[in-house]
Unconditional design. Structure first.
Length: 264
């Protein structure tokens, strides 16, 4: 059995930037163990699979270690493949997922994710401060991630996280953020408990970040930058209980996965 494999740099203006994801269009679902092994073999933060079902398209995402409930950059990459390489008509794609209905719209080169906004709860900082040496102003907990608010962009950029301690806090991972110098806010994302020490650009984390910074700054639209080594820029908007996250993508490669034995 042969499976088409697209590697796309999401939230990127050029290849070698943004967040790389593998996208695998399928005619029918493979066994979970096979999809997990493909993701492990790809060894990127996310591999996305999608299938056309009776009720529409369904998407699933796997890190090298586990299936996850929501992934922004691999959804953006999947829509990019469907629009530009699979002949999908129109300017809007809707996916069923473990996080409900997700829509991606296209306007020129820009793709916009429509994701559910996160709900945050403040936490006492003391038990979690050992994850970072930097000064932490606030800690909040969303549906899956912890949010650590730092005092400056410089401290976010220079942070050397303690991955072993982050892996013990539970949830999917840890977001660090601060006000930006040239954008509204900057961030980084660490998910050792999901098999990804640092994710280059995390679309789903911006459902948490947009919710937080909207309450903090009293506005709904933001320019954001994830300041990982690869880096990526996003435009975010809080729209009721949804977050719109926009960016561009670039195709890096197209290939074929060869499965040695038939998969039923």
């Amino acid at each position: 059995m042969n499976i088409k494999r697209y590697q796309v740099d999401a939230f990127a203006d050029a290849i070698f930037t943004g967040n790389p994801a593998v996208v695998c269009p399928l005619e029918k679902w493979l066994p979970d163990a096979v999809m997990q092994n493909i993701a492990m073999e790809n060894n990127l933060s996310e591999t996305a699979f999608y299938v056309s079902e009776k009720e529409g398209w369904r998407i699933r995402w796997f890190t090298p270690a586990a299936e996850v409930d929501l992934c922004g950059h691999a959804t953006l990459a999947s829509a990019f493949v469907m629009f530009h390489h699979q002949g999908f008509p129109g300017n809007a794609i809707s996916f069923q997922s473990r996080s409900g209905l997700l829509t991606v719209t296209k306007e020129g080169d820009a793709l916009t994710l429509d994701f559910p906004a996160d709900v945050l709860h403040p936490l006492e900082p003391t038990p979690l401060l050992k994850c970072f040496d930097e000064k932490v102003l606030e800690i909040q907990k969303g549906k899956t991630d912890y949010l650590f608010v730092f005092d400056s962009e410089e401290s976010v950029r220079s942070c050397q996280p303690n991955f072993a301690r982050i892996a013990l806090i539970g949830g999917r991972g840890a977001i660090i953020t601060a006000r930006g110098r040239q954008v509204d806010f900057v961030s980084r994302f660490f998910g050792p408990q999901a098999g990804v020490d640092e994710d280059p650009v995390t679309g789903s984390a911006h459902t948490t970040l947009t919710t937080y910074w909207s309450a903090k700054l009293g506005k709904s639209e933001f320019r954001a930058e994830q300041v990982s080594k690869r880096g990526g820029k996003l435009v975010c908007k809080l729209d009721g209980n949804r977050v719109k996250i926009s960016g561009t993508a670039k195709l890096f490669s197209v290939g074929t996965i060869f499965l040695d034995e038939p998969v039923s």
